[in-house]
Ligand binder design. Structure first.
Ligand code: PMP
Length: 395
């Protein structure tokens, strides 16, 4: 090479920061006896009938490409699923794409709608991929910080206050990663009114839709007037315990799908065929298992929220997903310091809240998708850590 490597690398790629989550987990992975409440994935293995369907498809020799947007049968089943579960109608022939995870669906959505410099509002604390994906697509991510006083929910006023003439879209995620907060129908309607007034596109990340514990889930696309302007993202990773399968879905007006499909056919061609057969089985025959997993998460959420509050960390009760987001402000430590010291001293891995945006500072994310014995041991270790900081709980 004639010059430094940086000379050959795009400026956009150089400016991307590595994920703050990974950094921690590489460290945790190198240590012994660590209890991890860090990773954002179910602790269940994918239900057997789903695995078996994928194996069977291989045995039957289904090893060729499928249609670009995915097996028609699977798209039909996705269409059924979205209609029966969330009351939204999408035509399987031209309004659905089976993607490589919700991650790719989000990437496609940004690539399809953004011109250089378009602003995308991101409701923070937020999943770490959003802002980098906006930047990769040439847009400018703009954070809207939500407040714990309001349960980390986006309000219509906050949204309106963040809109400029460059704002093209808003992305939000309910139930949210990392806070677990969910927006109900009334709250979504208030947001919808602002979206309509300012003519925005909405990217609605509904990957945790299956995992809501008290309220019935409302899809943003089901709110009056929003269907035409919503790109709906969902997937198999969380609700069906299929993170490693890398299967997600996009549903949107056909004009958006057409563009996203153009990009997808060049970058990806189609999602893996044998895995699509597994997904088909997931949607046909797995809801009793999804419900059982959900009951189990709910029970563990209740235990963790109750215990954290008892031992001295303020923690609101999240309505969905499998995360809690307690405040660690009482310790006087920053999120990073807390996570690092807790890992080093007590061998519990959590994610510092600041990696999800500035408003996450003062919080940590703990996933409760871990076994009860692990959760109990983790709570004991956190209690010991808090006591070493002079915090004795039961305030
Ligand atoms: N959105 C959110 C909010 C997530 O938490 C995740 C996974 N952590 C994803 C999208 C990506 O999911 P997938 O595995 O389907 O790519």
């Amino acid at each position: 090479m004639k010059k430094e490597y940086s000379h050959y690398i795009s400026e956009t790629a150089q400016e991307l920061q590595p994920s703050g989550i990974r950094k921690f987990f590489d460290l945790a992975a190198s240590m012994k006896d660590v209890i991890s409440l860090g990773v954002g994935e179910p602790d269940f293995v994918t239900p057997w009938n789903i695995r078996e369907a994928a194996i069977l498809s291989l045995e039957q020799g289904y090893t060729a490409y499928t249609a670009n947007p995915g097996l028609l049968e699977l798209r039909q089943e996705i269409s059924n699923y979205l209609r029966t579960r969330f009351a939204v109608n999408y035509d399987p022939t031209n309004q659905i794409i089976v993607t490589v995870g919700a991650s790719q669906a989000i990437d496609l959505a940004f690539r399809a709608i953004l011109n250089q410099g378009d602003e995308v509002l991101i409701v923070e604390p937020a999943f770490v991929s959003y802002a980098p994906l906006v930047a990769i697509a040439g847009g400018t991510p703009v954070a809207i910080s939500t407040s714990p006083a309001n349960g980390f929910k986006l309000t219509a006023e906050q949204l309106e206050g963040a809109i400029t003439e460059k704002t093209k879209a808003i992305l939000f995620c309910s139930p949210n990663n990392p806070t677990g907060s969910t927006l109900n129908k009334e709250e979504l309607k208030e947001i919808a009114a602002i979206v309509e007034k300012h003519d925005l596109i909405v990217i609605s990340d509904e990957i945790y839709a299956e995992l809501t514990y008290e309220e019935t889930y409302t899809s943003f696309a089901a709110i009056e007037g929003m269907y035409e302007r919503t790109i709906l993202i969902n997937g198999f990773s969380k609700g069906f315990a299929m993170t490693g399968w890398r299967l997600g879905m996009l549903a949107a007006p056909k004009e958006f799908i057409e563009v996203m499909l153009k990009i997808f056919q060049y970058t990806t061609m189609c999602a893996p065929t044998m895995l699509q057969y597994g997904a088909l089985e997931a949607l046909k025959n797995t809801f009793h298992e999804v419900d059982a997993m959900k009951r189990s998460y709910r029970m563990r959420r209740n235990y963790v929220v109750h215990t954290l509050n008892k031992i001295g960390l303020d923690c609101h009760t999240p309505g969905g997903a499998f995360y809690v987001f307690p405040s660690i402000k009482a310790t006087g430590l920053s999120s990073e310091q807390f996570a690092e010291e807790l890992l080093m001293k007590e061998k519990v891995a959590v994610v510092p809240g600041n990696v999800f945006g500035e408003s996450g500072e003062g919080y940590i994310r703990c996933s409760y998708a871990a076994s009860m014995p692990h959760l109990q041991e983790a709570m004991k270790r956190i209690q010991k850590f808090l006591e070493s900081k002079g915090i004795y709980g039961e305030k």
